[in-house]
Structure formats: structure tokens, C-alpha cells
Design a protein around this ligand. Sequence first.
Ligand code: HEM
Length: 519
Amino acid sequence: MDNVSSMAMLPSMNELSFSYDALAGNRVAYYVGAAALIITAWSLQSKKKAPHIEVPFYKASKLKWIFDAETLIKHSYDKFKDAIYQIKATEGVQVLVPPKYIGEMKSLPEDVLSATEAVADALQSKYTKFSAGHNGELLTLMLRGRLTQNLARLQPQLKEELDYITTTEFPACDDWTPVKWIPFAVRAVSRLSGRAFVGPSICRDEKWMDTSTNFAVHVFMACVKLQFFPEWARPFAQYLVSDLSKIRRDFAQARELLQPILEQRYSFAKDKSSNTGEAPDDMVQWLIEALPEEEKGDLQTQAELQLIVAAAAIHTTNNLLFECMCDLAANQDIQEELRQEAYQILVVEGGWSKKESIPKLKKLDSFMREVHRLRGSITSFIRKVMKPISLSDGTHLPAGTKVLAPLAGISMDERFFDNAAQFDPWRFYNLRQQSDADNHRWQFTSLSDTSIQFGAGRHACPGRFLAGHMIKLILAQFILNYDIRLKPGQKRPEPMAMVMTKAPSPTTEFEFKRRSCDI
Ligand code: HEM
């Protein structure tokens, strides 16, 4: 998948959790099945000879990697700190690089250290067709530039979409009412991001929502099943994997839904001279403008790029939103402080209708960054060495080496975060008060070699600004309009975890009680 690379898009429990319709009530079978697949994959993969690398191994059992990778990553990072080390994982030997090396590695060119190839391997792009191909760079630049610059302008549309889905789909909650959060949240994130990607005409269409949400699930399931077979057998085995047909059906469905929009856009462009209205403002339009002439009207290209972006956006955003909800529901004090801030900026100062209001929610921004630090991904910066690399300390990484950063360990490093183990929602708010540079440095979306939740370098997540914006809108809407708590006697929900991925349980309930918007 040229240039579209992401841990967030790796085969993931995130996506699996979304087949909740199929899996509901059968979680044990799912765990056993998934574990069996992973163990089988491991035993097949492990016979392959990994490149020889002169760095120490961290000895870990396969079971630990499968069921408690987070602890393993934290312990191993703690042991090696600034040194590079390796782990024999179910996906083959992984070389773990600490922040000390991220700086020099993140600027290496793609033909030396490739994010694209690493993700293509992990997502079996050859078979799943999860690839932006030669348009990968264009896509990333468009999200980083056009989408991000347009966020303030999109704000009223996103709010309108959020109001609509909350009014039509969220229960009244006049008294304390338990609500399964994930089914609602997935639909909300899909609608909001869909509004920015495909526009209002189909973002509410059930077929579009279904396809754009489930495409990632089908890619994930196909990957898991393909890993059942050794690499040499996959050209034949692919015909046994029914999820690959589902992926083809997703593309066909996306083409069908996008076709009338593309036709409309073309007649709009043709009538430009007589047209006084503004061009529509969504990713369909930006792609028409940016794609090479011969691909502008190509439905398959639009369908592929739209589904890939949806796959990158929906489950990742939903996961972090869920973790934020857990901490809000478990901490009434935090909820109250964030409510005061949101009330002042969005209600008293009329911020809902102002474009620049969302960045003013600095306490909410800090809370989200802290949740992301402590509850985010286990690893990040997935890369594959394409040409031998000699690092500044002389470490040699041969071609074929699989690289990862031990994110869960880095986030707990006292050298980078005071009282690192403590959940402090105002940590980054306070840091931001120190100076102008700090005000910028500690924002939710700001990157550094020690804060790589959104990756690093040229492949760092280009959708993080939209993700942050959507999460803030949804959280602000809910803390202003509802009191939120855990169910009586319930502890803060913990995500399901397997190998390097974590995902919320789709059946988790929070309790909501409607409040008047006055504080
Ligand atoms: C909280 C939500 C999100 C998280 C945690 C997240 C995380 C990530 C990470 C870790 C990467 C890989 C970076 C690297 O390897 O250096 C990535 C890449 C990417 N993300 Fe996100 N992401 C999120 C939301 C989104 C959204 C909303 C979009 C779409 C608007 C998006 C689109 C992408 C794309 C296209 C890439 C590939 C970039 C490239 O390879 O050049 N992500 N994301």
C-alpha cells in the first residue's frame, strides 16, 4: 500500500470487534478461534529464517506475546531502555527501536526503510488489495493538507451530523439508562468522517456506512485466514478465503454508490461557466481535482481510496473515543471540570457555531492526550528494512528486518513523563502553560520521538487532526447533555487484547442521564 502505512491499519482486534453482530454472545469461541489461528500462523512463520542481527533477544513465551503483549513490551523496554533489542513474535522476529533511534530512522527514504512494505506484508495487500498504489502519497498529502486546512470550515457540517445522529439514534435517557456505547459510537464516527470524505448525500446511507465500516473487518479476517497457509501456498489458498470475495463486493458496492456523485460532480464542472455556486467541499471533490487526468473519472480509484481512508479512520478514532469515555464515566471530577470548560467556550461564548472554538478546549485536549498516552497502542512505527542500514551507534540492520517501536514502554518512561504511571488529565494542559513552544509541543496532535501514538516522520498519521476534532465534538456534546457514569459496581472497562492490538468490547455499557445544558 504505497505510502499508506499504519500500525492502526494492521490486522487488528479493533476491526475484529466490529464483527460483533456475528460474534455477539460467542466471545469465548472467538478468543479460542483467534488464538488457534495465531498460534498456527506462528508455527508456520517461525520456520522461516529471519535475518541475523547483532542485538540481544528478549526471551518471551509465545503465549505471553499473544495474550499480554502490553506487559511484555513494557518489561522489555524497561530492561533495555536505550538499546535496540529483538523479540520472537508470532509475526516473526521483530526488532524494537527506542526513541533514541527514531529520530535518525524516521527520515530515511522509503527505498531504505519502508512503511509501505511493512504494512503491505502485514495486511497481505497482494491478496486483499488494501493498497492506495501509486496514489498513496497523493492521498496522504491531501489528508494532511486539504482535509486539515478545511477542518474549521467543516466544523458546522460535522456538528450538524452529530446532532442528527444523536437525536435520531441515541436513547432519551430521561433517567439513568444503560446504553451500549460502541454500536452508537461506530455509527457516529462513520457518519462524521463520511461527511468529510463522501459528503452529505451518502454519508447517512446505510449501505455506505455498512461498506465503509466493514471493509476493514473483511481485510482483517482475510489476513488472519491467509496466515493459516505458508507463503508459497497463498496463491492457491486465496480461493478458499471467502473474505476476499467480501472485499471485492465492498469495492463493487462503493463504486455503485459513488457513481451518481461522480456524474453529478462532472456535470457541475462542465457547467462551470454558467455555475455560480461553490464546488462541493469533500474528499470526492478533492480527489477529482488532484488525481491525474486519466484517473479523475475512474470509479475504481475513487472507491479504493475512499474505502482505505475509511478503514484508517473509523476504528482507530472509535477506539480512542471509547477509552476517553471509560475515563470520563469512571471519574466524575474530570467530567465536571471538562463540562465547565465546554460550557464556557461552546455555550456561553457561542462556540458551537464558531469555527475556531474547538482548539480552545485545552483541558479536553490534554485529557485526550493523556488517555492516548496511557491507553493507546502497544507498538508503533512499523517499518521494513529494504536496504541494509548502519545506525549511528554502529548497529547494523540487514534488508528484511522488521522494525517496531515499543510505544507502551516509552509512554511509561520517567525520563519523558513525570510520574509516568499516574493518570493526570491536566498533565499536558499544565505543560502547555509554560511557554509558546510548549503550548504547541504538548497538543493532542503534536508529534515527537517520545510521543509516537500517531507514528513518526513522513508517514505519521495525516488524519490525526480530523480524529482529534471528531473526538472533541462527540465528547463535548455528551458531557454537556448527559451525566455519564459506569454501571453500579462496575470497574473501568478494560479493552480486549490480543498480540499487538487492543479493542473495546462491543457490549460495554455506560449509564447516561440527560441534563439541561445549564451548568
Ligand atoms: C485516534 C485515531 C487515529 C490513530 C490513533 C491513528 C494512528 C495512526 C498511526 C500510528 C499511523 C502510522 C504512522 C507511522 O507509521 O508513522 C497512521 C497512519 C495513517 N492514518 Fe491514522 N490514526 C487515526 C485516525 C486517522 C484518521 C481519522 C484518518 C483519516 C482521515 C487516518 C488516516 C491515516 C493514513 C492515510 C495513514 C497512512 C499515512 C502514510 O502512510 O503516509 N488516521 N495512523
